[in-house]
Write a protein that binds this ligand. Sequence first.
Ligand code: SAM
Length: 212
Amino acid sequence: MAEDTRSGGFRDWLKSRLQDWAMRKVDPLRPEVLAPASGEVLEIGFGTGLNLEHYPEGVSRVVGLDPLAAASFPKLRERIAGVGFAVERHSLRADRGLPFDAGRFDTVVTTWTLCTIPEPGPALREMARVLKPGGRYLFIEHGRAPETSTARWQDRIDPLWSRYLGDGCHMNRPIDRLVEGGGFRLASLDRFRHDGPALLAHMYRGVAEREG
Ligand SMILES: C[S@@+](CC[C@H](N)C(=O)[O-])C[C@H]1O[C@@H](n2cnc3c(N)ncnc32)[C@H](O)[C@@H]1O
């Protein structure tokens, strides 16, 4: 594992554990998203490594990027030790430029991360830059609901949610438009309502390719 230089205090200790507990609830949705992954994978918003066990056999390395100070979280270490491919973790933000060569990765992955990245546009453009021509961006994200009334409630509540409860998560982002505006062409998109509160349960699951 690449060295995590962030010290982490009680807040980080608690945040890793709470996030891990909350994000395990969507585990059943992970395998289908990750099934097409292959070769060298860049996972943005790597979190506590919950995707690791779901990567298919053709994956040779996962490079995980996340500002979360989770390196000392025992379950993350166990998950990394439990897979048969190399794992590298970088404590970095994706919206400040990625320290990788253009066209390096066969697959780029985000799962429930575009909601939280403060500047998703620059992050997506960087993800498109480091994806190989012909490579795939695989994602599942929650976002803006298709029903006007729900979307209006998302707009009303989002400022409070993102600031005080959601730890920077925005509930009303139009994920498909963000992905297309970030240098990708959508090859497939599946939108569906998952379990849980309507404001947070509208899912966007898709595969995108680099434009051009
Ligand atoms: C809701 S969690 C999802 C974690 C993981 N992808 C999963 O499926 O369990 C969102 C993650 O995005 C990370 N994140 C927030 N801002 C980020 C940024 N600027 N660049 C990369 N990751 C970021 C958070 O630290 C957090 O781990």
